[in-house]
Design a protein around this ligand. Sequence first.
Ligand code: LMR
Length: 400
Amino acid sequence: VFANVVRAPEDPILGVTVAYNKDTSPIKLNLGVGAYRTEEGKPLILNVVRRAEQMLVNDQSRVKEYLPIIGLADFNKLSAKLIFGADSPAIQENRVTTVQGLSGTGSLRVGAEFLAKHYHQRTIYIPQPTWGNHPKIFTIAGLSVKTYRYYDPSTRGLHFQGLLEDLGSAPTGAIVLLHACAHNPTGVDPTLEQWEQIRKLMRSKGLLPFFDSAYQGFASGSLDADAQAVRIFVADGGECLAAQSYAKNMGLYGERVGALSIVCRTADVASKVESQLKLVIRPMYSNPPIHGASIVATILKDRDMFHEWTIELKAMADRIITMRQKLFDALSSRGTPGDWSHIIKQIGMFTFTGLNTEQVAFMTKEYHIYMTSDGRISMAGLSSKTVPHLADAIHAAVTR
Ligand code: LMR
C-alpha cells in the first residue's frame, strides 16, 4: 500500500551530517549543523550541566511521573525571567503565559498552531533568508508564509530599507518572525536603534512580533544583551510571542528543551491563552519530557550554578569569536581575493560566507568540508587546528 510513496530529499541542514557521516576521509570537517565543538572537535557537556544531572540523580525524592501539559512550573517561570528580565512588568503583572516546549522548533510549532486557531491574521512574514525550518513549521501549522527583505548580499549586511518597506506594506495585524539575536543563517542583526525603529513601525501597524530566541548568551556572551530586542518590544506593553531554546546556550541539543511565552495585555487574557495552549499540546505530544527541563531549572534557580553557567557560556561565545578572527587572518595571509571582513563582523554561531552552491560543492568534494549549500558555515565546528584546512579550501574555491 505504500509502494507509491515518493522518496523525500534529506533535510538541507541535518542532511549535511548524514553525508558527513558517510565520508571516510580522515580530514573531513562538519561545519553544517549549528552544534558547538571544543578545540578538540568534540561535543561539549557543560560542567554545570553535569553537576545538575548529578544532583538530580542523587535526589531520592525525584520521580518520573508525567509533567503537567504545560511542563515544569519552575522551569517555565525561570525561562520567562531569563528572556524578559527578572524585573519585567509583564511578568510581575502576570500577563505572560509560558509553556515548556520541545526546544526551539517545538515551541515555535505550538505558537504557530495557537495563532492559526485563535488569531485573526493568518499571514506570517519571515526574513529572507531565514532558518530553513521556519517556513515549514509555519506552513504546516496552517499559516500563510510571506518574506520580508533582510539581508543585502552586496553589503553582506542588513537590508534595513528593504525591511522597513516590506513590513510597512504588510497587512495590518500580520505576524512577523524576528530572530532575537544572532540571525541564522546570516549572523547579521539590527542595531538597538534599528530595533527601536522596527518596533515603532510594527506597533503602528499592529504587526504581531514572534521572536525566535535560539542563541541567548551565544551572540555576545551576555544573556541580557542578547535579549535586548525582545525586551524593547515587551517594554511597550504590547503583545508578543517568544520561543526559547536551550539547545545551544546550555548544550542540551538532544534533550529538546525550550519554552514558548505569550505576552498578553492582561492577566485574565494570559490565563485564557494558556488554557488554549493546553488544547494544542495535549493531542500533539501530551506533555513534555522531564529531564532536560529539570536540568535547566536546577541551574537557573541556584545563584552559584547560574553564575557558573554564564562563565561557561561566555567561554563558548569567546571561542567562536576567536575562530572568526583566525579564519579572517588565515584568508588574509593567503591573499584570498575579496573582502572577508564580514567573517569578523557577523555574530553568533554562523558565518554567511557568500560562497555559492558550486563553490560549496567543490569544497565538499575536494576538501571534505561539509556545510549548507547556501554558504553558511558553523564557526562553532571550527578549531585552531582546522582553520588552515578551511582557509585552503575557501582560497581554492574562489580562485578556481
Ligand atoms: C542549525 O541551524 O544548524 C541548527 O539550528 C540546527 C537545526 O536544527 O537546524
